[in-house]
Design a protein around this ligand. Structure first.
Ligand SMILES: Nc1ncnc2c1ncn2[C@@H]1O[C@H](COP(=O)(O)OP(=O)(O)OP(=O)(O)O)[C@@H](O)[C@H]1O
Ligand SMILES: O=C(O)C1=C[C@@H](O)[C@@H](O)[C@H](O)C1
Ligand SMILES: [Mg+2]
Length: 179
């Protein structure tokens, strides 16, 4: 495994962006390509709590969830090399963008509200913030939330067009940035 790793590479790569932009899907492929460990903070939180995020929201509410995801971000033991998929809202709370930029590199997977909505329309059940929005109202909800969140996501080391993004392309972007 180690000979596959990018020598002096970025160490930890945090993938950030709105729900549905592909952090989990691409993260797995990128980790595999680079020979890095793959970690998904939403999955770590669910395993730790023994319930889904939707169940956690229903039981404890969003404020408790935000505190818990902060603990998960900061208390997880990361290996030397890892691709870490984050929760969609995580970069926008507390000092998380600063923390991730200090502990590794961040990549913002950027997509339009329309594309995000088309990916998420049939996957809303596991995403408590989206459940009550449908069709055009889902696009509008995402557009408004994205406007709120964009200033945080945009502080990423690399901003990548999610439409054409592949693991190969991310690797290339990392090399171009010499990180
Ligand atoms: N490049 C892609 N092209 C088309 N569909 C994709 C692509 N990447 C992911 N998807 C699909 O979009 C949906 C959401 O992907 P994924 O779960 O990886 O997003 P996420 O960013 O991890 O979302 P969340 O923040 O909610 O965890 C899934 O159905 C996935 O198959
Ligand atoms: O965008 C968000 O606020 C969220 C995204 C998901 O990854 C989960 O972390 C949760 O559903 C909240
Ligand atoms: Mg995910």
């Amino acid at each position: 495994m180690s000979e596959k790793k990018i020598k002096d590479g970025p160490g930890i790569i945090f993938l950030v962006g709105f729900m549905g932009c592909g952090k989990t899907t691409l993260g797995r492929k990128l980790a595999n390509r680079l020979g890095y460990a793959f970690m998904d903070l939403d999955h770590i939180l669910e395993a730790q709590e023994g319930m889904t995020i939707a169940e956690y929201f229903a039981k404890h509410g969003e404020d408790a969830f935000r505190k818990l995801e902060s603990e998960v971000l900061k208390q997880t033991q990361y290996p030397e090399h890892a691709v870490v998929s984050t929760g969609g809202g995580l970069p926008c709370f507390f000092d998380h963008m600063d923390w991730m930029n200090a502990h590794g590199k961040t990549i913002y997977i950027k997509l339009s509200p329309k594309t995000l909505a088309s990916r998420l329309e049939n996957e809303k059940e596991e995403r408590p913030l989206l459940r009550q929005h449908h069709g055009e109202a889902l696009v509008t909800f995402i557009a408004d939330k994205l406007t709120e969140r964009e200033p945080f996501y945009s502080r990423a080391t690399v901003i990548a067009d999610g439409l054409s993004l592949t693991a190969e392309k991310v690797e290339e972007l990392l090399r171009i940035k010499a990180i």
